[in-house]
Design a protein around this ligand. Structure first.
Ligand code: T68
Length: 807
């Protein structure tokens, strides 16, 4: 489409929709008009691609996830349709501010963090690589809470992301299904003498799908993200006469649980999980039946992927449908379930493992509980014979009065994967070793990835142009070819361009900070970024200690040789996570103190952005010089902001944890700042049982001075929080070994300071990080899932070339 045609189409669309001249209207209205115009452009493709999938009967992937964090869609769609430049020029020629129009789109926060964002990168990559994939999830009425800071404390406000109509979704009422809860169930013989469940007094809910297109990058693929919402079934209105009864249905998809890395054992969460699983599995079964094929080929046509254990009920739900409704034998059904299901683990934290009390499942899902009992019984019989009773019991889905969702997911899947090499090793050798004994070939690694389309092409247009100029534009299709840039490591022109781009991105962020926070930051200072959920294991507190250390040193000696730094944080705390909220309060009070101390000036600034999410990440990541990936080794399954920051030329400050290990393997010692214990060191230190944080505190004057600042009034307004944090480190023996790792962390930070004083040397290392980041494209991750887990073949290749040699 040409610019002039686009202009005309836009004007017409705007005036049709709002009945005023296109020159009037808010950016929201302009966005809506542009959205409708885009819809009219891509809908044909969507219909056509869907029909093609049906006609060819090719195998499809169904990616079940309780969370998706898609970010804004407008620019992504335009980029993928190869219309970004056209639309931008058209709007600008019409006198409209394209970026402001794009920013008027709401950013749906339907996830907590890494897990949800990974699901969205995967949706983008499935479309780009031509993997016929469907996302399956919940259309939460309210997304993750909106974070505000009041007096330095985190306050949570509802995130009403649907206040404006959603431009992309399509309500598919005709594809609704009924999800059944509660009641009584018993087995009765039918006319053929088969035992079938009979239900009474069930509570029925209508699951209505809303579909959002997932447009492939300059190919003809348009996949589908299907999110379900809970409604009163038609014809049942008369049963739901009181507001309380209506509420019981609506609340199922009302709000996203704000806990990451923590298991939330509430009944409503269980309802949400079953609601999504049952609705999704029913859709799949209905689809499969249109193919008119025998059930035995179901696994050749359908791959069901469960993103962490939250969608594990897909397993008993599919068993239920196959056995109860389609009259397959248990053995036939079990084979089908196992061959079609695969599971990704995202955490080894014990507190995140889902374990549901049997009474809860029994009350809410009586038939599902019967099926889980039978899965458990058969597991015990079969595995006891082979491996003895102890191992059989340790791996069984039922443990006392609880159902262990990970155990259920593992025994019923043909593939279990971790999300980074180290994480998968830890699963195999420690967390899931019993399962590794029984199912040695079931485990595999799939290191996470990120989509360079959003995180480089869209978020960092400046960098993208530099890449195009020197290495051509093939990297846009094959991100691994970014490694050609490495040949320019000693090219002054390229290094200068990279520095200019970085500075421009930092200036853009500085303008945002000035506008939103009324704070001046120096764009030439080192921008030091830590953006992730607030959690003790991620150790934001280590960075806080480092800032306090610098602050105290500068107060004593204003000439101390530190690089100017802006410490940038973005982090939400789970509303009930007291410790994490205390850390937020401390960071905010420290910011208040340091930012307003004239003796410190530009040497330290602290920016804690409110309401961190995908859109803010797009602003912060391109502006980063240093990427803080400082979790206690062994705790962060992978991390993905580490990959996004690397791709944007930030150097990583890292422990050897999660995917940091693989970043290190690629860039080598000279291009990363490593510090701290390895996962093995941590393991040994725990086993030795001789860690005494108080002794470190007493014996290390640097650490003592820093920690005292939390309790001696140095930082105002943190009496309770400062004491709590101090105690966690000194009195309660520092569970995440901050004091153990602090000296080497500090040393690595000083090395970063030193290098930053030599801008060209820094730029060379930034270049190397950019060059090798292509390996972490989620396109390759998805191709590995496609090849070795899902057994689907990508249909449309980037550049029309093959994808061999992925490793
Ligand atoms: C993250 N997990 C991992 N969980 O922490 C991170 N949990 O290392 C990894 O890179 C990422 O997954 C992708 O693999 C999460 O984000 C959650 O958000 C979560 C949500 C609900 C319940 C438990």
């Amino acid at each position: 489409m040409k610019v002039d045609a686009f202009k005309d189409a836009y004007k017409k669309k705007f005036e049709d929709m709002f009945a005023v001249p296109y020159t009037s209207g808010s950016t929201t209205e302009q966005f809506q008009a542009l959205g409708q115009l885009l819809r009219s452009i891509y809908t044909d493709k969507w219909v056509h691609y869907n029909q093609g999938k049906l006609d060819s009967k090719q195998k499809q992937v169904f990616y079940f996830s309780m969370e998706f964090l898609p970010g804004r869609q407008l620019k992504r769609y335009l980029l993928n349709l190869d219309l970004l430049d056209t639309a931008r020029t058209a709007l600008e020629e019409l006198g409209l501010d394209f970026e402001a129009v794009a920013a008027a789109e709401v950013d749906p926060a339907l996830g907590n963090g890494g897990l949800g964002r990974l699901a969205s990168c995967f949706m983008d990559s499935m479309a780009a690589t031509g993997v016929p994939g469907n996302g399956c999830g919940i259309r939460y009425r309210y997304g993750l809470f909106k974070q505000k800071f009041i007096d330095g404390y985190q306050i949570e406000l509802p995130e009403n992301w649907l206040r404006n109509p959603n431009s992309w979704e399509v309500r598919k009422e005709s594809k609704s299904v009924i999800v059944r809860f509660g009641g009584n169930v018993w087995l009765e013989a039918n006319q053929y003498g088969d035992l079938k469940p009979v239900y009474e007094n069930t509570f029925d809910v209508l699951a209505v799908p809303y579909d959002t297109p997932q447009i492939g990058y300059r190919n003809d693929v348009v996949n589908n993200l299907r999110l379900f919402t809970a409604e009163i079934p038609p014809g049942h209105e008369s049963y739901f006469t009181t507001p309380e009864q209506r509420k019981e249905i609506q609340e199922i998809t009302e709000v996203l649980y704000p806990d990451d890395s923590n298991y939330e054992g509430r009944l409503l969460r269980l309802k949400q999980e079953y609601f999504m699983c049952s609705a999704g599995i029913q859709s799949i079964v209905r689809y499969f039946k249109t193919l008119d094929l025998p059930w035995s080929v179901f696994p050749d046509k359908v791959a069901i992927h469960i993103n962490d254990t939250h969608p594990t009920l897909c397993i008993p739900e599919l068993m239920r449908i196959l056995v109860d409704e389609e009259s397959l034998t248990w053995g036939q059904a079990w084979n089908i379930v196992k061959k079609s299901t695969s599971y990704t683990n995202h955490t080894i934290l014990a507190e995140a493992m889902e374990r549901w009390p049997i009474y809860m499942i029994e009350g809410l899902l009586p038939r599902i509980m019967q099926i889980i009992y039978e899965i458990n019984r058969r597991h015990l019989v079969n595995k006891t014979a082979l491996y003895g009773a102890e191992l059989a019991h340790r791996t069984a889905p039922i443990d006392g009065d609880q159902v262990l969702m990970a155990n259920l997911a593992i025994i019923a899947s043909h593939s279990v994967n971790g999300v980074a090499k180290l994480h998968t090793e830890i699963l195999e050798h420690y967390t899931l070793r019993d399962f590794k004994t029984i199912y040695p070939f079931r485990f595999n690694n799939k290191t996470n990835g990120v989509t360079h389309r959003r995180w480089v092409q869209l978020a960092n247009e400046g960098l993208s142009k530099v890449l195009d100029q020197h290495i051509g534009n093939r990297w846009r299709f094959k991100p691994r070819e970014m490694n050609i840039l490495q040949a320019f490591r000693d090219n002054d022109e390229v290094l200068e361009q990279l520095q200019e781009v970085k500075l421009a991105n930092k200036e853009r962020f500085a303008r945002f900070v000035k506008e939103e926070m009324k704070l001046d930051i120096d764009p030439t200072a080192l921008f030091d970024v830590q953006i992730k959920r607030l959690h003790a294991y991620k150790r934001q507190l280590l960075q806080v200690m480092h800032i306090v250390d610098r602050y105290l040193t500068l107060k004593e000696n204003p000439k101390a040789d530190f690089a100017k730094r802006v410490f940038i944080f973005g982090a939400k705390a789970a509303p009930s996570y007291h410790y994490a909220k205390s850390v937020i309060k401390i960071i905010n009070e420290l910011a208040n103190l340091v930012n307003n101390d004239p003796a410190i000036g530009d040497k330290i600034k602290i920016v804690f952005v409110e309401n961190y999410g995908v859109s803010l990440a797009e602003l912060i990541i391109p502006a980063a010089n240093l990427s803080e990936q400082i979790s206690l080794a062994g705790k962060e399954a992978s991390g993905t902001s580490n990959m996004k920051l690397m791709a944007n030329g930030a150097l990583t400050m890292a422990t050897l944890d999660g995917a940091n290990v693989e970043i290190y393997d690629l860039v080598g010692d000279d291009n990363i700042f490593l510090f701290g214990m390895t996962a093995d060191d941590v393991q040994k230190l725990r086993e030795a049982n001789n860690y005494y944080s108080r002794a470190i505190y007493e014996e290390n004057p640097q650490i003592k001075r820093v920690l005292n600042a939390f309790i001696d009034g140095t930082i105002p307004n943190i009496e309770a929080e400062g004491r709590e944090i101090f105690d966690s480190l000194v009195l309660y023996n520092d569970e995440y070994f901050l004091l153990q790792d602090y000296p080497s962390f500090y040393e690595a930070q000083m090395a970063a300071d030193k290098l930053y004083q030599e801008p060209k040397e820094w730029a060379k290392r930034a270049l190397t990080n950019i060059a090798y980041s292509g390996k972490f494209s989620s396109d390759y991750t998805i191709l590995r899932y496609a090849e070795s887990i899902w057994n689907v073949s990508p249909e449309t290749n980037l550049l029309g070339e093959g994808f061999s040699n992925l490793d």
